[in-house]
Design a protein around this ligand. Structure first.
Ligand code: GAP
Length: 492
């Protein structure tokens, strides 16, 4: 895949123009940080989701998939710690009335410093290190002092007239059912901020009905909701997004072994999707989430910098242990394998968990930002030519094959329709007979269709067609009867 320099706004405009991603409720001027996927975006997203689902469930004997509800009993979020801890330090600017996540505000200032050259880069590194240290200690007064000391101003009002730093819970609340109660809190439910809890509360259901033996995993994809304060960078940080999570249940004490295993396995999975290894890196967490004893991000180099794509977390027995406590139901596993140290079975315990958690929307953005390229070249006759192309890996491209009759007559459309009929049960095809062949190729490039087949008059004579490859723009003559298998091989 190409990753030439381009303006990120061009990619956003391209996503809209070619049916990938639209602002939600656009006719009403949109809803901040909420996006809709169009006909091509929805298919790309589904293909990535299916690729993940297959690699987790079908290709692992000991991982099964579930689909838990978005609504969960409100005590779930007490037990998980989200009611008390799922908050970020925020600060308000008194002049613009804008609220900022403190880490985002400080990181924004660090970016400004970095742009000032080597000295600026040094002070940006010092600033970030100081912020991480204060954040890890929960030292809000220290964070406020840091903002003052670096004279960080609001990007809108340009003033440093700040409130104190405060915590702000990110969960969305809503009311459940129509029953009125004296205590309004009785009817409150939350939109889940992570899919993981649907897995934890079903641990015993799945373990018993699936007769699963530790180590085993439960995978799930689904929507999650967070009231992000500063939602920026297109679909990178949204208020409604989709996660693909897998909880791997293990013996206590084996967590670092599995943490390292999943860290490497997940990075390799991203590479198998076509993401170059040098665009991925690990970032160890200094400040651990309330449930973790070790955590890291797999970061990707987005057009706006290195950012988290996936989280790998060693969650200990925090979640299952707390659900046991809050539900007063025993959530344990009996391990009858022999412990070599004691010569006896390991017995009953609350399993430990290593989690892999990737944002599906972030993965869509990763693929789109790697795939998008604006290309210009000089033709043999000396004239200039150009195109915009999405070099999406063939196996996840929304449409695999465009079938294009050269003309609308002479029986060519009929041959093309037959080919579509033969192929469409196996992969997504697109049929088009309008416009010149050159314009049709350009449209398919812009949508990211890896193969175009042109049916011309020669097809009628010798049963061959032209197959055009999106990335190289090369064309070759192949037998019409071989087209389906050529594409199937390329997308396997
Ligand atoms: N269950 C663990 C968990 O939710 P997280 O690091 O908060 O961990 C996991 O989120 C992944 O979900 C992130 O790596 C990111 O890809 C995605 N994600 C989190 N917040 C998001 C948001 N507001 N918009 C889009 N994706 C988000």
């Amino acid at each position: 895949m190409a990753n030439e320099q381009y303006n990120f706004q061009e990619l956003i405009a391209h996503c809209k123009e070619y049916g990938y991603i639209f602002q939600s409720s656009e006719i009403y001027d949109g809803l901040a940080a909420v996006y809709d996927y169009g006909q091509n975006g929805a298919q790309l997203k589904k293909n990535i989701r299916d690729y993940w689902w297959k690699s987790m469930t079908q290709l692992h004997d000991n991982i099964v998939g579930i689909d838990a509800a978005i609504f969960m009993h409100p005590t779930t979020w007490k037990a998980s710690g989200h009611v008390d801890n799922f908050s970020d330090p925020m600060i308000d600017n008194k002049d613009s009335k804008k609220r900022y996540r403190v880490d985002h505000l400080i990181e924004g200032h660090a970016d400004i410093l970095k742009a000032q050259g080597p000295e600026g880069e040094k002070s940006a590194a010092v600033l970030i290190a100081e912020m991480e240290g204060l954040d890890a200690k929960g030292d809000f007064a220290g964070l406020r002092e840091l903002i003052d000391r670096y004279k960080i101003v609001c990007p809108i009002s340009k003033t440093g007239n700040w409130t104190d730093v405060r915590q702000f819970n990110l969960m969305f609340k809503t009311e459940f059912g129509a029953v009125s109660s004296d205590n309004p809190d009785d009817n409150i439910v939350y939109l889940r901020p992570e899919t993981a809890q649907g897995i934890f509360v079903n641990f015993l259901n799945v373990q018993k009905t699936g007769r699963m033996k530790i180590p085993f995993g439960i995978a799930q994809t689904g929507k999650a909701f967070r009231n992000e304060i500063v939602a920026r960078q297109f679909i990178f940080r949204m208020r409604e997004f989709e996660q693909m999570e897998m909880q791997y249940f293990i013996r206590p004490g084996s967590q670092m072994e599995w943490y390292n295993y999943w860290k490497e396995t997940r990075k390799q999975w991203h590479e198998s999707l076509g993401i170059p290894a040098d665009k991925l890196r690990f970032h160890n967490h200094i400040k651990l989430a309330h449930y973790a004893d070790a955590a890291l991000d797999i970061e990707f180099e987005f057009p706006f910098g290195w950012k988290e794509l996936e989280g790998i977390h060693s969650r200990t027995d925090f979640d299952l242990g707390n659900h046991e406590k809050f539900s007063k139901k025993k959530i344990q596993y009996f391990d009858n394998d022999i412990n070599p140290e004691t010569g006896k079975p390991y017995g009953n315990y609350v399993p430990y968990v290593v989690e892999t958690s990737v944002g599906l929307d972030r993965l869509v953005l990763t693929i789109l930002s790697l795939s998008y390229a604006e290309e210009k070249w000089t033709k043999e006759d000396g004239s200039e030519d150009s195109r915009v192309v999405l070099r999406i890996p063939a196996k996840i491209a929304p449409t695999k094959l465009a079938v294009l009759p050269l003309t609308k007559k002479d029986g060519l459309p009929e041959i093309a329709e037959e080919l579509v009929k033969e192929c469409r049960a196996h992969f997504h095809c697109f049929y088009e007979e309008k416009d010149t062949i050159g314009k049709r190729y350009r449209r398919m490039d812009a949508i990211g269709t890896p193969f175009c087949v042109t049916i011309d008059h020669q097809t009628k004579d010798d049963g061959t067609v032209t197959i055009r490859h999106r990335d190289t723009m090369t064309q070759e003559r192949v037998a019409l009867k071989d087209v389906k298998d050529i594409i199937l091989k390329a997308i396997a």
